[in-house]
Ligand binder design. Structure first.
Ligand SMILES: *Cc1c(COP(=O)(O)O)cnc(C)c1O
Length: 452
């Protein structure tokens, strides 16, 4: 029999309180494996901490989303939002599933090209496209989603100087009942700016207005907002057709579907409040189907879903460095995962659990990362069982934004694994090391020598 773990006794006031609708006790259930791979064994082989992605979950989630839309509207095209997670292996899973690429910078554009995405299947979004970027996008026949008038004027200049024919859409911001309104991107619908952009585009011979684009925000938990947005988009499409006899080829509803993570301060867990793909699809497609667009001119529906397609597939596993009692007797745990590796911990209460079986008793615990900074808190208060130095923990639902918005700080970023659909762990990004980090530094001659 294994020796039970000993913890120094402490005296705690009994906190009887009032049970909430979920009862009194928080049950912590360990996550010991991912797609039949033991987390403890993966950490032993590939080092700690470690990001792990499940290819199976990515594909299943994508297919679920796609079928929610396809069963309601026949012409659907997803474009993978690169900034959500642009590891090449991840992008290629989505591309194999049929998704195009949605990029917001030349770096991401180059990644998509290098991944083998044809230029005409790349959507180029964002406010920062240089003249050269625009030239490349025009040459490759990519879909340029214009963000502001200065960009439109630059494209106009380029095509008038013979750069080719530009395929464009305009990004539109609008009031959908979601506040604060994201009015910093694109042209406003209500004040007529979007209509004015359309008129300017239609007057230029070598700019083809292919689509209308909006991205109303992120983590939108009211599907009805998308219905409002689609109504405005189709109204504009009808108006364009009426004035110019020009059919809009696609309407792009952007991203923004919520993932099942719990926002800080939310009363109910995200897994209970997050709408399903069916809910979003119903709101979007019924507004489209009920619009005044003529049947033979119905556009393709583009979706740039990011976080909702990848969050569930990502895990971050790590190791307990120490147990500590704080000055007031509160239990705390120090782990080797810092907030620099878990950017989304600034707004999510991430679910963290042990990666091996543990004793049933839990205590209110603060979980700290290893950074020498006071802000490095993974969870400020969570019911957690006693773990010992060397035990493992895992944080799930971290696939979105953490592998792109992470920060290198005081140590190297770790390996990233993908568990293949067949259950095989494969390294899809190497860890940084002294050479890779140091190779970017340059020391001026007069600083090369140091003396003591
Ligand atoms: C970030 C972004 C997305 C993806 O957003 P999610 O909220 O992750 O779904 C889609 N389209 C555009 C234009 C974006 O900037």
């Amino acid at each position: 029999m294994e020796k039970p773990k000993f913890e120094r006794p402490v005296i705690n006031r009994i906190n009887a309180g009032v049970p909430d609708k979920f009862g009194m006790k928080t049950n912590v259930r360990p996550i010991t494996e991912i797609d039949n791979n033991s987390i403890n064994e993966l950490l032993a082989e590939f080092g700690s901490p470690l990001y792990i992605l499940s290819e199976k979950t990515i594909r299943e989630t994508f297919r679920e989303a796609e079928s929610a839309f396809k069963t309601r509207y026949p012409k659907i095209q997803f474009a993978w939002s690169y900034k959500t997670n642009y590891l090449n292996a991840v992008c290629n899973v989505f591309h194999q599933e049929g998704a195009w690429a949605e990029v917001v910078s030349m770096f991401e554009y180059e990644k998509a090209i290098a991944n083998g995405v044809p230029g005409n299947k790349i959507i180029f979004n964002g406010p920062d496209k240089s003249r050269t970027d625009l030239e490349i996008a025009i040459k490759n026949g990519s879909l340029i989603h214009i963000d502001h008038f200065d960009e439109l004027y630059e494209i106009t200049e380029l095509v008038e100087q013979g750069a080719g024919k530009a395929k464009v859409a305009i990004r539109i911001n609008m009031d959908t009942g979601i506040y604060p309104q994201w009015d910093r991107f694109g042209f406003n619908f209500e004040n007529g700016e979007a209509w004015s952009a359309v008129n300017k585009i239609m007057a230029v011979e070598n700019i083809e207005l292919m689509g209308l684009h909006t991205h109303i925000g992120t983590y939108i938990i009211t599907p009805g907002a998308y219905g409002v947005a689609m109504k405005k988009m189709t109204d504009l499409a009808v108006r364009i057709d009426r004035k110019f006899e020009h059919a809009i080829k696609y309407i792009d509803m952007g991203g923004g579907f919520a993932s099942k993570n719990t926002l800080k301060g939310a009363y109910l867990p995200g897994s209970d409040t997050c709408p399903s793909f069916d809910d979003y699809a119903e709101a979007i497609t019924s507004a489209l189907n009920h619009s005044d667009i003529k049947q033979d001119r119905m556009p393709t529906l583009f979706l740039e879903t990011g976080r909702a397609l990848i969050d569930d597939a990502g895990y971050l596993a790590g190791t307990v460095l120490a147990n500590k009692r704080l000055a007031d007797g509160r239990r705390s745990l120090v782990i080797d995962i810092g907030v620099n590796m878990l950017f989304t911990s600034f707004w999510y209460e991430h679910n963290i659990v042990p990666a091996q079986d543990h004793q049933p008793d839990t205590e209110d615990t603060t979980i700290y990362g290893p950074l020498c900074m006071n802000i490095d808190v993974i969870r400020s208060a969570v019911q957690f069982p006693l773990l010992e130095k060397g035990d493992h923990v895992v944080i799930n639902r971290i696939g979105a934004y953490n592998m792109t918005q992470w920060m290198q700080f005081i140590t190297y970023r770790p390996k990233i694994l993908m568990i293949s659909t067949e259950g095989k762990p494969e390294v899809i990004r190497e860890n940084e090391n002294f050479e890779s980090m140091n190779s970017h530094d340059r020391v001026p001659d007069h600083l090369k020598e140091i003396k003591f």
